[in-house]
Design a protein around this ligand. Structure first.
Ligand code: AP5
Length: 192
């Protein structure tokens, strides 16, 4: 199975590139942000809890996100796919450890961690622009800054973790969408 973690700061293009990757490699797409937003839309208990964190740009607690992931993984793995793309998960070291364990229990492992490298002014510009019509409660300048702080403090240490395992593949994320995709596929094809 091809298990790709797509990693990067808010606005780095994880969702955009996932759309292309799932088609090319026949993958299931697990975006923890999308799962949480769907829960919010449906007004579930989980959604109400998540809203409090997401609207402030904070991470939803590890136990909550990790707890919901195993079910999502098993549900999405059923459809004859060749692997999974994890978009927005893991975001903390405990989440990274939980993912390794979850995959090991299923006789699998993370194949590659594609890290989209985009500088902060470009991230802010992209998200502010998207915020004009996205309707996302976290796409405003104040919350974007909080999300970037959270990324720098809690999420980016995972890069070191994956570097040690030899799975980290940094990709320049400031080119055109198609070019970034091309460079990702070069990295993925090496581990396929
Ligand atoms: P999540 O939904 O994962 O959002 P995010 O990480 O903040 O990422 P975005 O969706 O904003 O950006 P992206 O990297 O996917 O870029 P995109 O392709 O959309 O998480 C939201 C929240 O949910 C978190 O803050 C947290 O509260 C909670 N959460 C989620 N997962 C969690 C977890 N594991 N643990 C705890 N809490 C969790 O692109 C952005 C924009 O840029 C688009 O407009 C796009 O068109 C444009 N764009 C993309 N690529 C390019 C390019 N190459 N050139 C120009 N523009 C581009």
């Amino acid at each position: 199975m091809l298990n790709i973690v797509i990693f990067g700061a808010p606005g780095s293009g994880k969702g955009t590139q996932s759309e292309n990757l799932i088609k090319k490699y026949n993958l299931a797409h697990i975006s923890t942000g999308d799962v949480l937003r769907a829960e919010m839309k449906n007004g579930t208990e989980l959604g109400k809890l998540a809203e409090g964190f997401i609207s402030k740009g904070q991470l939803v607690p590890d136990d909550v996100v990790i707890g919901m992931l195993a079910n999502v993984l098993d549900a999405k793995s059923k459809d004859g796919v060749s692997g999974v793309i994890f978009d927005g998960f893991p975001r903390t070291i405990p989440q990274g450890e939980a993912l390794d364990k979850m995959l090991a229990e299923r006789g699998q492992e993370v194949s590659i961690v594609v890290s989209l490298e985009v500088d902060e002014p470009e991230l802010i510009q992209r998200l502010v622009k998207r915020g004009i019509d996205s309707g996302r409660s976290d796409d405003n300048e104040e919350t974007i800054k909080a999300r970037l702080d959270v990324y720098n403090n809690q999420t980016s240490p995972l890069k070191e973790h994956y570097k040690k395992t030899g799975k980290l593949a940094p990709v320049f994320g400031m080119a055109k969408v198609e070019e970034v995709f091309e460079n990702i596929t070069v990295a993925v094809d090496k581990v396929k």
